[in-house]
Design a protein around this ligand. Structure first.
Ligand code: SAM
Length: 236
């Protein structure tokens, strides 16, 4: 089985279909990931099954939480493009910004997006806590996403400044999601975030996943995000 067959079979039980256009783009994505992995450690998941399920399906399942067909989205700490580039490929009407502090990864992802023919993407090479203070990006996005970037109390301070009031941050978490949420109570209060939905699922193979949909209730103090050292040493 190739990536498309694996993905379609794995997605069906969730009621998710992958049309031919998206499948063709994701085939290119998988091929390009493998090629870039030869020169750069883009992703530790390298086998077709893993790429189809742990990357593509995991990212596509965020779409169970909201309608991403239009609007603006920023993916914080996108790495090899997850989930941002998958969502850009799935929704040509969504305007996607991929942000990462590692320039080499971002350059690879830009090249991969070109190969895939995905043009609704922009790229920001910056630390989240610095870009989140800039008027061009602060409070500008309908949707914010992040997967495997930091524990929730820190992640909220990276992500919520980008969301407009009424927008939402989708935090993609693993098995420790519950504990992370408990630890994030103060950060949610300080940064005016409210968990409005929680989507729990198990990926084929058994990985437990949770997506927290966190609504930005109102503008947050200009004090946040704090500089890197403070933010990570003393999480809210
Ligand atoms: N989101 C991708 C995924 O799920 O496969 C990448 C995860 S990777 C483990 C974490 C990524 O976050 C890295 O590419 C790293 O450069 C980026 N990152 C970590 N802290 C960041 C920060 N403060 N600002 C921007 N990017 C950051």
């Amino acid at each position: 089985m190739g990536v498309t067959e694996i993905l379609r079979a794995a997605a069906a039980p969730y009621g998710l279909t992958v049309d031919d256009g998206l499948a063709a783009k994701l085939e290119i994505y998988a091929r390009e990931l493998a090629a870039w992995n030869e020169k750069l450690n883009l992703t530790a998941i390298r086998d077709e099954q893993g790429v189809a399920v742990k990357h593509f399906l995991d990212c596509l399942l965020v779409t169970q939480c909201a309608d991403f067909s239009s609007g603006t989205l920023i993916d914080v700490g996108t790495g090899a493009g997850f989930p941002g580039l998958v969502l850009a490929a799935a929704f040509p009407g969504l305007s996607v910004t991929l942000l990462d502090s590692t320039g080499k990864k971002l350059a690879a992802v830009e090249s991969i997006a070109k190969e895939m023919g995905v043009s609704n993407v922009a790229f920001i090479h910056a630390r989240a806590e610095e870009a989140g203070r800039l008027p061009a990006y602060r409070e500008r996005f309908d949707f914010v996403t992040a997967r495997a970037v930091a524990a929730l109390p820190v992640l909220l301070e990276y992500a919520l400044p980008f969301a407009r009031t009424g927008g939402a941050f989708f935090a993609m978490k693993g098995a420790a999601a519950g504990e992370e949420l408990t630890a994030a109570a103060n950060a949610l209060a300080v940064l005016h975030g409210e968990v409005v939905k929680e989507y729990d699922f198990t990926l084929p193979g058994g990985d437990e996943r949770t997506v927290f949909c966190i609504k930005k209730i109102s503008q947050i103090s200009p004090k946040y995000p704090r500089p890197s050292a403070q933010l990570t040493k003393k999480p809210l």
